[in-house]
Ligand binder design. Structure first.
Ligand code: MBD
Ligand code: FE
Length: 280
């Protein structure tokens, strides 16, 4: 069997994620010099303190330099940061929200997926492997008002853990699509159940995971961006009960509110999940 390790190389996924970030996301923050100084100083002080506390050696300092160089060479800064840092940025950014929980976006979103109405089937290959999954729900405001014409943008990996546009050989928009809710705020998405995901282990991110004897797994998940006019966009993920990595996600992005309640059907599995959006 071909494993995720063999196919999802750092070269393939890292370079694509870096390219994607440069195209879609690289905007400057309006951080003042005072705030930049404060943030940089406190991060550096935390590094200094770690070196003192653990008597870090010159060999370890040089290993760190080599590793940082390799993260860039592998294009893995988006992967590394989204796996190990983004969850705290998301926690801080969304702490005041009353609606549905969000979680990290991760490095594999691609804007501009094919559009559907309120119900449709995600683009997939002929005979796409995996258990058929029907995912339906409603988008509402925190006041309980159904939100017609909301956008439900969904992306997820295939039955082997690969994302279109980030692993080689998959059609561009495979398992990615944008739905629009009907007059009652409802949507229905036909797809397949994604597999658990192992981050590429042959690059710099994999090297630190190996060096520390950690594991590289994320539990199976659906990624979503849900938005409506005059409401705050939610970026979130939904998870399946029973996944062995729900309790030790390498990216620390699982929350109890994000757990689905799958119901077996004749041909597959049915899940319902509603999204509640905060006012803008
Ligand atoms: C993923 O699929 C993902 O969701 C995150 C957060 C990091 C790496 C791969
Ligand atoms: Fe993911």
């Amino acid at each position: 069997m071909t494993t995720v390790e063999d196919k999802a190389t750092a070269a393939a996924t890292g370079a694509s994620a870096t390219e994607r970030f440069r195209t879609d996301k690289a905007v400057a923050a309006d951080t003042s010099p005072e705030r930049a100084s404060l943030l940089a100083r406190e991060v550096l002080e935390a590094v200094h303190e770690t070196i003192r506390k653990h008597n870090v050696t010159y060999a370890e300092y040089d290993a760190l330099k080599a590793w940082l160089i390799q993260v860039g060479a592998d294009g893995e800064w988006p992967l590394f940061l989204d796996v190990f840092v983004e969850h705290v940025v998301e926690e801080v950014a969304n702490a005041a929200r009353e609606g549905s929980k969000g979680t990290i976006e991760g490095p594999f979103y691609a804007p501009g997926a094919p559009q559907f109405g309120a119900e449709g089937t995600l683009p997939m290959r002929e005979g796409e492997a995996g258990t058929p999954l029907t995912f339906h729900g409603q988008v509402r405001s925190v006041a309980g008002v159904p939100l017609a014409n909301s956008t439900v943008d969904i992306w997820h990996c295939d039955d082997e853990g690969f994302y279109a546009q980030f692993a080689p050989g998959i059609p561009e928009w495979n398992l990615r699509g944008v739905f629009t809710t009907d007059e009652n705020g409802n949507f229905t998405i036909h797809t397949i159940r994604p597999a658990p995901y192992q981050i590429p282990t042959d690059g710099a991110t994999g090297a630190i995971i190996r060096a520390a004897n950690w594991h590289a797994w994320r539990p199976a998940h659906l990624h979503l961006k849900v938005s409506a006019p005059e409401h705050l966009l939610i970026t979130t993920q939904l998870y399946f009960p029973g996944d062995p990595h729900n309790d030790d996600d390498i990216a620390a992005a699982v929350k109890p509110e994000l757990m689905l309640d799958p119901k077996p059907t004749a041909g597959g599995v049915d899940v319902q999940y509603d999204f509640v959006l905060d006012p803008a």
